[in-house]
Every structure is written in structure tokens, then in C-alpha cells.
Write a protein that binds this ligand. Sequence first.
Ligand code: GAR
Length: 196
Amino acid sequence: MKNIVILISGGGSNMAAIVKAAESERWAARLDARVAAVISNKPDAGGLAIAREHGIATAVVSHRDFASREEFDAALAREIDAHAPTLVVLAGFMRILTPGFVTHYAGRLLNIHPSLLPAFPGLDTHRRAIEAGCRIAGVTVHEVTVELDHGPILAQAAVPVLQGDTPQTLAARVLAQEHRVYPRAVADWLQRVETN
Ligand code: GAR
């Protein structure tokens, strides 16, 4: 069985989209894959309750409990590795990861970023896209490499930037595409790998 571990920091709507796709598309039977755990760095992340409602194991590894990024990442990796992951999925996980962590999961760590990378890595993507006068914005799913918001692109979707858009209205339009693109990219990735 291919275990997917999803990392979140907030509402977890992308995580929920992946969990729902796994259920409705019967990933266990078709891809020999399941969402084994959802882990948050924030105890109050709304997505934790959603995961529990779907019978998925949850855990919190709070970055506030650790003195350094290295110590936090080591504790996070221990929690992830307890679930023997084939794939680790960052879904709105808002922590910069250390090179050691990224290297540990090289080739099996995916991220979703709310811009058309390589445009607008980092934070505040929707405001920056509007201020730059972009006519198109979007979302990117990519493999995580040591450089933030870089790494091989697996999937993208574009949306128009409309007259009068605010960062919030644009974010909502992009998020709808995120929920479509991320489950698809994860399923495609799982289909490509050999079973553990
Ligand atoms: C999503 O828009 C995701 O692309 C973004 O955070 C949001 C999380 O929403 N991720 C990043 O900005 C990563 N740098 P969700 O918790 O509802 O999935």
C-alpha cells in the first residue's frame, strides 16, 4: 500500500480535495494508495477535524516547541516516517523546510503554490500578480527541491485576472483550480511509482 502523508497549516481545503478524490476515485483499489495521515504544524488548523471525520490519523508537530528549524524538521520527519510514506504532500503547509528535510524526501515531496511558477514564488502571490498587471494567474504543483517554490513542474492551471479583482477574489478563483489540479497530479504521481 502506498501511504500518502499530507502536511497542512490551515483550513486544509486542498487536503480535503485529495481525501475526497481518494474516496470517490477508489485510490485504494485502483492505485493501491491511501491518505495515511494528516500532520499540522498548528494545533488549531481547521483541516485536522476534516481529516478525522474521514477516519484519517492526525498529528500536530508545533514549530513553536522547537528552538531551531533543524530540530522542528527532525521531529516532523520522525512523525511523517512513522507512517512509512511513499509520498509526502504539502497542502498549504506554510513553513520553509530545511535542505536536510527536503533531501530526505527527495523525489517524493510535492507542493502546491498559488501562482504560475516561476512567477511569484513566496508569499502574497495574488496581490503581487494584480499589482504587476498580470492578465492571467494560476496554480502550480511541483516537486520540492531545496530552492523555495522551485523544482520540476508537474501541473499548472491558469485563471483570468478580472477588472476589479482583489487578492481575495483572485485567490478564490485560483483555489477552485487548486482543488481540481492537486488530486489529479497526486493520482498521476502515484500511478507512475512502483508499489513499496
Ligand atoms: C492554498 O492556496 C495553497 O496554494 C497555498 O495556501 C493555501 C492553503 O489553502 N500555499 C502556499 O501559499 C504555499 N506557499 P488550504 O489550507 O485550504 O489548502
